[in-house]
Design a protein around this ligand. Sequence first.
Ligand SMILES: CC(C)(COP(=O)(O)OP(=O)(O)OC[C@H]1O[C@@H](n2cnc3c(N)ncnc32)[C@H](O)[C@@H]1OP(=O)(O)O)[C@@H](O)C(=O)NCCC(=O)NCCS
Length: 175
Amino acid sequence: MTKKWMIRETTSGDIAQVLALYPLAFPEEELRPVVLALLEDGLDVLSLAGFDGDALVAHVLFTICETEEWDRTGALLAPLGVIPLLQRLGLGSSLVRAGLERLEKRGIKQVFVLGDPAYYQRFGFSPERQVLAPYPIPEEWADAWQSILLAAQAPLAPGRLSLPEPWMNPVLWKP
Ligand SMILES: CC(C)(COP(=O)(O)OP(=O)(O)OC[C@H]1O[C@@H](n2cnc3c(N)ncnc32)[C@H](O)[C@@H]1OP(=O)(O)O)[C@@H](O)C(=O)NCCC(=O)NCCS
C-alpha cells in the first residue's frame, strides 16, 4: 500500500535539506549547483518536496521554459530524486503527479523530461521530436527526451527549448 507522504512546495528554509538529498539519490552526479542556482536565483520554478514527518525525503523541480519568447508555457522536469531507503514506494510518482497537476492549473501546456522512458511513460510521457533539448541528445538515447501535453493543450511551437542559464551546461544533458 502506498503511504501518504506530505507533499508541499519548498521554501528557502528547506534548501539545506534539498541539497543534502541529491548526493544520496545521485551518488555519481553533482546536481547541487544547478539545483541551488534554480532555487536561489528567483527563477520561475516549481519546487515540490515529499516529507516523512519533518524529514525531506524526495524532491522534484520544474523549470518554466519556452520555445518562443512570448509563450512561456513549457516546463522541464528535472531533477527528481528520492532517498534510497524510500525508493520504489510511490514517492517519486506522487511528486511527479502532484507537479503535473499544479502546472496544469497554472496554464502550462507541455512538460519535458530527459529520463528513462520505462519510468516516465507511466505518467503519459512519450518521445519528443518537435521540441529539441538545449543540447543534442545522442541518437541511441533519443527516446529518453520526452514530453507530455497537459489538459489536451496544443504543444509548444517546434524549436529548441529555451531554458535559464543554470541549465546551459552540456554535462547536465547526458542521459
Ligand atoms: C527514479 C526515482 C525518482 C523513482 O522514484 P521512486 O519513488 O523510487 O519510484 P516510484 O515508487 O514512484 O515508482 C516505482 C516504479 O518505478 C520503477 N523505477 C524506479 N526507478 C526507476 C528507474 N530509474 N528507471 C525505471 N524504472 C524505475 C520501479 O521499477 C517501479 O516500477 P513498478 O511500479 O512497475 O514496480 C527514484 O528511484 C530515484 O530517486 N532514483 C535515483 C535517482 C534517479 O535515477 N532519478 C531519475 C530521475 S530522471
